[in-house]
Design a protein around this ligand. Structure first.
Ligand SMILES: [Zn+2]
Length: 325
């Protein structure tokens, strides 16, 4: 068995662990990112955390094949850079070079949503398939596309940003500069906004009562009020799942994955979300008669997706003979 280190770089925490060649996570360490410090310090700490993780798992550096890093933003895995990140102070950050100043292993870099998709493809909901798409409904909508067992992200590694495909022309303003992106209608943030708007239009709705329990508009309120029988909440959930299904069906039409994996905190709502999401989504893609249909599954990797996916991305680079030094 060969072993890899996965590093999950986030705006709040940096997590690292040793992962075996089948995607099994052996251990997990975490430190604060403290994103306001110098880029060099953050990256050197990532290298130290990788070294600590190797030791903690009972291995030596020579037992490890490579380090994979999953980071927000757009990487350049050829040159070992993080070209751009919207929430970290990195511009053409020489990640491979700086990590290798701390630890002598090949280093590979990819986007965090792509790594999450890799984790699901190797060890999670899409295990055993070669073609899958993973869509994560969080603050935004993350997407990762796996083709022939490899991450697909275009010629410049900036691709598979499915959250920024327009669902409603001229719709809600998105942070990317366009209006009406899928992310503005299917993220947890979008559901919270729809809930707030519906509550303002319908002062009698239970949404306003449930809001008081939370003290903020979030993605849970509509589901809590729905369970109490509120009609307005039912309409909000119906609207949200319709938008969501349109976007998911677009992803199916574009990529025809064997499995479409859906994850993120919103999925914890269970059947009130999942039943309409599945029914509406599966009625929409263009499957001709006799054509095998995509299956929709819930993400299984949870908080470990970043580490496992980064490590397995590193493995795929090693297997492909990519230079990581
Ligand atoms: Zn956008």
């Amino acid at each position: 068995m060969s072993y890899y280190v996965g590093i999950d770089l986030g705006g709040t925490n940096i997590k690292a662990g040793v992962v075996d060649g089948e995607g099994k996570l052996l251990n997990k360490l975490s430190i604060k990112t403290n994103a306001d410090r110098a880029m060099e310090d953050i990256i050197h700490d990532m290298g130290k955390l990788a070294a600590d993780a190797i030791k903690d798992a009972g291995f030596e550096v020579k037992d490890i094949e490579a380090i994979g890093i999953g980071s927000p933003g757009t990487p350049d895995n050829e040159d070992g850079l993080l070209v751009y990140s919207s929430n970290l102070p990195f511009n053409n950050a020489p990640m491979r070079k700086l990590i290798r100043e701390v630890i002598d292993l090949p280093v590979y870099i990819d986007n965090d949503a792509n790594c999450a998709a890799m984790a699901e493809a190797v060890a999670g909901a899409a295990k055993g398939t070669k073609e899958s798409v993973t869509i994560t409904l969080g603050t935004g909508v993350g997407a990762g596309v796996i083709v022939r067992g490899r991450i697909y992200s275009g010629f410049n590694q900036a691709g598979s940003e499915f959250g920024h495909t327009v669902l409603v022309s001229g719709g809600v303003q998105c942070g990317c500069g366009r209006k009406g992106c899928f992310e503005q209608y299917a993220s947890a943030t979008a559901l919270a906004r729809m809930t707030k708007e519906a509550a303002a239009e319908h002062p009698e709705s239970l949404l306003n009562e449930v809001y008081k329990e939370f003290g903020e508009w979030n993605a849970q309120i509509a589901f809590v009020a729905l369970k109490k029988g509120d009609k307005v909440a039912a309409d909000v959930v119906d609207m949200y799942t319709s938008y969501l299904a349109d976007g998911l069906a677009n992803a199916i039409n574009a990529f025809m994955p064997e499995i479409l994996v859906v994850g993120g905190g919103v999925c914890n709502e269970g059947d009130p979300l999942l039943i309409p999401m599945r029914e509406k989504t599966m009625s929409r893609p263009y499957f001709g008669p006799g054509v095998p249909k995509t299956r929709i599954e819930l993400a299984q990797m949870g908080n470990d997706a970043g580490i496992v996916g980064a490590a397995m991305m590193g493995k795929s680079c090693v297997d492909d003979g990519m230079n990581g030094i």
